[in-house]
Ligand binder design. Structure first.
Ligand SMILES: Nc1ncnc2c1ncn2[C@@H]1O[C@H](COP(=O)(O)OP(=O)(O)OP(=O)(O)O)[C@@H](O)[C@H]1O
Length: 281
């Protein structure tokens, strides 16, 4: 599979503060790639560099096979969609008028506005001024705007951070559907359940350094707990996943005492703490 993005030895310094320190990763076309890290770890800085809003200090960024520094910026911007905290919406204009401006900018037919607003559950609010919207509704308008021109590659910086669980789930379903239709997605989050649900691969970032990168399943296998919790009629206890543990469980079955067995699978959050000593949140 070809790469949508290839990042090699990327470094970004703000004065004497190193926000990204020699990071490398690639994003295959058609995948959802998650960037997980706590506040201040370098997620937004990465998105800004990849979306050509910020220059990097060292390293190489390739987008759709072309070095970003040499790429045709307007053409690249037409192939990507961006959702960040900073919505950039015109507060006094209605949702429809905001999207109409974008349609004109990107040569998109106006009938697309209704489609994307239905997509984000705002079909009945087209004429509402943006200043009257809640934070979560604004975030949904920003997503609608990001997908208006059907980009090949979508950058989402904390896409569900301001949303209630119902709308967050609705957005996740939209992202899954867009991805099934071929959109490549780069997603930053500190919500590990979201990453688990959506992402094909994940990179953990901490203090500007990538500490692990793989599929959620492989990460869990690599950091799997070597124990199992066994629930019996006499209480719960831990056995090791070895021959001795197997004999203990066999004996409990024979004695009719075994009630349940739970593998102690680490969550992505647990693995992040193991690797960095920090919580994701
Ligand atoms: N314009 C800037 N000038 C100076 N330092 C900056 C600037 N932008 C970001 N930083 C610093 O770079 C580091 C990474 O910031 P970044 O915004 O990328 O983190 P983040 O992972 O996106 O955090 P959050 O989850 O809170 O958005 C932080 O230490 C931040 O203070």
């Amino acid at each position: 599979m070809t790469n949508a993005i290839k990042v090699e030895r990327l470094t970004k310094a703000f004065g004497d503060k190193t926000a990204l320190n020699d990071i490398s990763f690639h994003l295959k076309q058609g995948e959802i790639f998650g960037f997980l890290g706590p506040s201040g770890s370098g997620k937004t800085t990465t998105v800004k560099i990849l979306t050509s809003q910020l220059l990097h200090t060292a390293g190489d960024v390739e987008v759709f096979g072309v070095n970003l520094a040499k790429a045709n910026r307007p053409q690249y911007l037409k192939r990507i969609g961006i959702l960040t905290d900073n919505s950039g919406l015109y507060e006094r204009l209605s949702i429809y008028d905001n999207l109409e401006l974008f349609c004109k900018l990107y040569d998109v037919p106006l009938k697309r506005i209704g489609e994307v607003l239905d997509e984000v559950n705002l079909g009945n609010e087209q004429r509402t001024p943006v200043k009257q919207l809640s934070k979560g509704m604004k975030q949904r308008v920003t997503l609608a705007r990001a997908i208006l021109h059907k980009p090949d590659l979508l950058f989402l910086d904390e896409p569900t951070s301001a949303l209630d669980p119902v709308n967050a789930q609705h957005i996740r379903k939209t992202l899954t559907r867009l991805n099934q239709e071929g959109t490549t997605i780069f997603l930053t989050t500190h919500n590990m359940e979201e990453a688990e649900q959506l992402c094909d691969r994940i990179a953990f970032i901490n203090n500007g350094v990538i500490t692990a990168m793989d599929t959620p399943q492989n990460l869990r296998l690599a950091y799997a707990d070597p124990t199992i919790t066994v629930k019996t009629s006499e209480g719960s206890f831990i056995v090791h996943k070895d021959d001795n543990g197997a004999k203990q469980i066999q004996a409990l079955i024979t004695q009719g005492k075994l009630l349940a067995i739970h593998s102690n699978e680490p969550t992505l959050g647990d693995i992040f703490v193991q690797l960095t000593g920090r919580e994701l949140q």
